[in-house]
Design a protein. Structure first.
Length: 196
């Protein structure tokens, strides 16, 4: 990597890190060009050069953390031998991610993320194909073996992750859920909805 490329990569990282910090402190409306440039020390020109707009930066930030979450859930599934242990591991890794990265989790579970997902669902899914493909293969294998209910993959995803997303949102917004307790009780309850 040339010195210019290295500086560009460092600028991108600084802007992404700053965007998450500003979002965590001030919410979506606080993420402005002025807030980003004054907090990061990066010029507005560099922000526009690398991301095109504040929305472009926030979209990249969302994809960064979505990718990290998917990597952790996929790795948990890959380490599991059975469908039941895979569901347990996926639920626990998702909740652990939320607890370890609350600012990023707040962004991933925000109305901003919902709007982006609804508007660009196919593009987002395509951009994460490398991460989602092993999950799809895992699901197909366990459906074919009879370990998982013979349901379409989107329904299995909804049954498995719907309650987890709801618990994450509740913990992030209200704070009256114990993530450790949820990680103990949710997997078996979710499993009951997925077993054949």
């Amino acid at each position: 990597m040339s010195p210019k490329q290295r500086r560009g990569a460092e600028t991108v990282e600084r802007l992404l890190d700053t965007a998450l910090s500003v979002y965590a402190e001030a919410g979506e409306t606080g993420v402005t060009v002025h807030a980003l440039t004054s907090s990061s020390g990066v010029s507005a020109g560099s922000l526009y050069h690398h991301f095109g707009s504040v929305d472009g930066l926030m979209g990249a930030l969302l994809l960064r953390w979505l990718g990290r979450l998917l990597d952790e859930v996929s790795a948990a599934l890959a380490r599991s031998r059975t469908a039941r242990t895979g569901i347990r591991a996926a639920v626990r890794s998702y909740l652990a991610f939320v607890g370890e990265h609350p600012d990023a989790a707040r962004l991933l579970h925000s109305s901003y993320a919902d709007r982006l997902t609804m508007a660009q669902a196919r593009r987002l899914r395509d951009s994460q194909e490398a991460r989602l493909s092993p999950v799809a293969v895992w699901l197909e294998r366990h459906i074919a073996s009879g370990e998982l209910a013979a349901l379409p993959a989107p329904l299995i995803e909804s049954l498995a992750l719907g309650p987890v997303v709801a618990v994450a949102r509740r913990w992030l917004s209200v704070g009256d859920v114990d993530l450790t307790h949820a990680a103990r009780v949710l997997p078996d309850r979710i499993w009951r909805s997925l077993e054949p």
